[in-house]
Every structure is written in C-alpha cells, then in structure tokens.
Design a protein around this ligand. Structure first.
Ligand code: SF4
Length: 132
C-alpha cells in the first residue's frame, strides 16, 4: 500500500503536458516546497515528491487517482508526511487539486472562484466532498 511513500509512475500523457505547462508545475513545486517538512526526508526526496505531485496535478482525474493511490486518504497521508503545513491550511478537507490551485491563486491575488467564500459558493460540491 502506498501511504506516505510515492513510487508510482505517472501516465505518459500527463508527463507530456509538462512541455507546455512547465510554469504551472514550477509554481506548484514552489508552493509544495514552501510547506514541506524538512525532517520528512532528504531535500532530493522532498523535491522528488513535490515534483511528482505537481506533474500529477496536470492530469484529468482526481489527484489521488493520477498518483495511482487507492483513495484520497492515501494522498492525505502523503501530504501529512511531506507537506504538513498545507494539511494544516486545508483544515476543511478541500479536494487536494482544488486546494493547491486555490493556494496559487491566493498567492497571486487572483480570484478564479465564483464566490469569495466557499460557504456560499454554488460550486461547493465540486471542491469538497467525496472523491469516488
Ligand atoms: S467552493 Fe467555490 S469559492 Fe470555494 S474553492 Fe471551490 S469554486 Fe472557489
């Protein structure tokens, strides 16, 4: 079981998207590294996990699916180990890909959401809730 390790190979079509979306990957890696636990592993390991999560975010499925985990719970376990400061920020348990991109937008002070508040947003179910 892949809980806090990350050994999955990403699908080639996801990796191929990096050619045109590398700036996006770099932003995601930067976000993840800014919230990494330096005690979780070597810097090379932390960077590898961050890069894999960032590239997997280019996929079309739920992030845990594109990382080839069995459930969102496994992805959350990985985030707890490597990027605990992001877990602390995601206290409402937003879907991870939505959460990561929302963090990028907030950093750039860009508002892409339909609503300034999740609580009154009509897309609430898209961003939260079960990921089957
Ligand atoms: S629920 Fe609405 S406001 Fe909250 S992150 Fe999703 S789209 Fe944005």
């Amino acid at each position: 079981m892949l809980t806090t390790a990350l050994t999955a190979e990403l699908a080639p079509e996801i990796c191929a998207r990096r050619a045109t979306r590398d700036d996006e990957v770099a932003d995601l890696v930067s976000l993840l590294l800014a919230h990494a636990d330096p005690a979780a592993g070597s810097m090379a390991e932390i960077r590898r996990v961050a890069l894999t999560v960032a590239v997997a975010s280019l996929g079309d499925n739920h992030l845990w699916q594109d990382l080839q985990f069995a459930s969102r719970a496994e992805l959350s376990a990985l985030m707890r180990r490597w990027f605990p400061a992001l877990v602390a920020k995601n206290h409402a348990d937003m879907k991870w890909k939505k959460f990561l991109y929302r963090q990028l937008c907030e950093r750039e002070q860009v508002l892409i959401c339909k609503s300034p508040s999740c609580a009154v947003c009509t897309d609430f179910a898209v961003c939260f809730g079960p990921e089957e």
